[in-house]
Design a protein around this ligand. Structure first.
Ligand code: 5RP
Length: 263
């Protein structure tokens, strides 16, 4: 890896622990004003100090994030479809590399839709971004298994998607936790971060975080299970405790309850 690429990677994956807490706030790009993310500034501001990286679109970055913010940014650069459109998988590139560099992003992210009608198109976009990323020192995060593909959330499918993303050259791969998750991790030579998925209880989300980390994920890229919690700051702190301090799910949940009570 070139110096610039390594430097950017170190802003996303913390070198002291080799782990990462990414805060996903990119949902509006296909879901519109998602519950509790209607006003992105309100959602992001209190959480930003506790996230190693924030994943979002350029529009929300410009409108809703203070540029003096210390945290790093992973810019979502794929999109062009919506939840009510014909097919969510029919994504293209919506933000160019020059813009990502101008916005001082530490990484760029796109979704790939393995098994869909648009598999080839999204995989070729990943290949183009990786070529460009290598030229410019910009890490590329491939997001697997969003939308309809979510229905196929088992180890065989996720291992296939993650491995293909890594083979094409993704520097980080984002996927979902599943049974036999270690098979997904073992088959993927790139570091894996786990998405939280739809809102569950805080206890369940912390258990999911713990299982993901103990089975080899290097972190989370979590959204709804943090900012749709009644207590988002205690929740992100509890997630950090697992990711960066190897806390058990119980220790993290006890911390969450204590912080939520003292608010
Ligand atoms: C959608 C995404 C989201 O960032 C991802 O789903 C993570 O958020 P959540 O934890 O809410 O599932 O990449 O394409």
């Amino acid at each position: 890896m070139d110096w610039g690429l390594k430097n950017r990677m170190s802003k996303i994956i913390k070198p002291d622990t080799g782990r990462s807490v990414m805060l996903a706030v990119d949902h509006g790009y296909f879901l519109g004003p998602t519950s509790r993310l209607e006003d992105p500034k309100k959602t992001i501001s209190p959480l930003a100090p506790y996230a190693d990286s924030i994943m979002l679109t350029r529009g929300v970055l410009r409108s809703s994030v203070d540029p003096s913010l210390f945290n790093s940014v992973v810019l979502r650069v794929s999109g062009g479809t919506s939840i009510i459109g014909e097919d969510l998988a029919n994504e293209g590139i919506i933000t160019c590399m020059e813009e990502a560099l101008r916005l001082n992003a530490s990484g760029i992210a796109l979704s790939i839709f393995v098994g869909s009608k648009y598999e080839r198109q999204t995989l070729l976009s990943l290949a183009e971004l990786v070529d460009s990323g290598e030229r410019h020192g910009m890490p590329v995060l491939a997001v697997t298994a969003v939308g309809k593909e979510l229905g196929k959330r088992d180890a065989r499918f996720l291992a296939l998607s993650c491995r293909i993303a890594a083979e094409i050259g993704a520097h980080i791969v984002k996927t979902y936790y599943c049974d036999d998750f270690e098979k997904v991790v073992d088959g993927c030579p790139a570091p894996i971060v786990v998405a939280g998925g739809p809102k569950m209880t805080e206890k369940e989300a912390l258990e999911l975080t713990h299982k993901s980390i103990s089975k080899g994920a290097i972190g989370v890229d979590m959204g709804r299970n943090i900012w749709q919690s009644e207590h988002p700051v205690p929740m992100i702190k509890a997630v950090r405790k697992i990711v960066h301090e190897d806390a058990t799910a119980k220790e993290a949940y006890d911390l969450f309850k204590k912080l939520a009570k003292n608010k």
